[in-house]
Structures are given as structure tokens and as C-alpha cells.
Ligand binder design. Structure first.
Ligand code: HEC
Length: 103
């Protein structure tokens, strides 16, 4: 009987865990520009993880400059990030504010 409750419970807990790791407003920006195609919460994908990016403690202004004009020399061993020229300051700020809370 109880067994039937385990899968939905597990899915619910996973959904909550994902929601906590990236708030909806950040996910919206990430989805729009497919940041998640290259950046994971943990571990290397094409680019460094969000946790590694958080350690750089970039201001929103600096992060905007780096997203529009990536400096691959900041990440030895990684390919250059494709510049995202059309990301808005407000969108960068959403990501930067969230990253400042990521440990
Ligand atoms: C096509 C893959 C790709 C996509 C899509 C992508 N990135 Fe990156 N990103 C990288 C790689 C690779 C690096 C490391 C090399 C570099 O900085 O050029 C990087 C580096 C960064 C850095 C660090 C820049 C620095 O100089 O330290 C930030 C911040 C960042 N990405 C944010 C984002 C955000 C936010 C998005 C979505 C709006 C995004 N990236 C989308 C691949 C990607």
C-alpha cells in the first residue's frame, strides 16, 4: 500500500530541491538563453558550474560585461562562452543577485 506513495513523494521532493537550487525568476532567464545547456548547479558541463561562478563574486555590472563579452582567459581549460549580446541588465541582475546567495 505505502509503496505507491513513495514515487510521487520522491518526485515532489526532487521538484522542491530543484526549485530551491534555482528560483523561478532565475530559471526564466536561464531558460530564455539556455544557460543550463552549459552551466549546471554542480560540476562541469560545457562551462563552469553555478557554484564555481558564484565564487568569483562578480557584481551585476561586471557579470553583464562578461556575458556580453566573455573572457575565456578567466577560465583556463574551458572553451570560450558564446557571447549573449541581447541579455538585458535586469536579467543579468536576477542571475547575479541569485549567484550572490549560492554557496
Ligand atoms: C554555449 C555554452 C554556454 C551558454 C549557453 C552560457 N554559457 Fe556561460 N560560460 C560558458 C563557458 C564555456 C564559460 C567559461 C569560459 C568563458 O568565460 O568564456 C562561461 C562563463 C560564464 C561566466 C563567467 C565569466 C567570467 O569571465 O568569469 C558567467 C557569469 C556565465 N558564463 C554566465 C552565463 C549565463 C548567465 C548564461 C545564460 C544567460 C550563460 N552563461 C550561458 C558557456 C556557456
Amino acid at each position: 500500500m505505502q509503496k505507491h506513495l513513495l514515487l510521487p513523494l520522491f518526485l515532489f521532493i526532487s521538484a522542491v530541491a530543484v526549485a530551491q537550487s534555482m528560483p523561478a525568476e532565475v530559471k526564466k532567464v536561464s531558460d530564455k538563453y539556455a544557460c543550463a545547456a552549459c552551466h549546471l548547479m554542480d560540476g562541469r558541463l560545457v562551462g563552469p558550474s553555478w557554484k564555481e561562478l558564484a565564487r568569483k563574486k562578480y557584481s551585476a555590472k561586471k557579470m553583464g560585461q562578461l556575458i556580453r563579452n566573455p573572457k575565456p582567459e578567466n577560465w583556463p581549460g574551458y572553451p570560450p562562452m558564446a557571447p549573449i549580446a541581447n541579455i538585458t541588465d535586469a536579467e543579468v541582475k536576477v542571475v547575479a543577485d541569485w549567484l550572490s546567495t549560492v554557496k
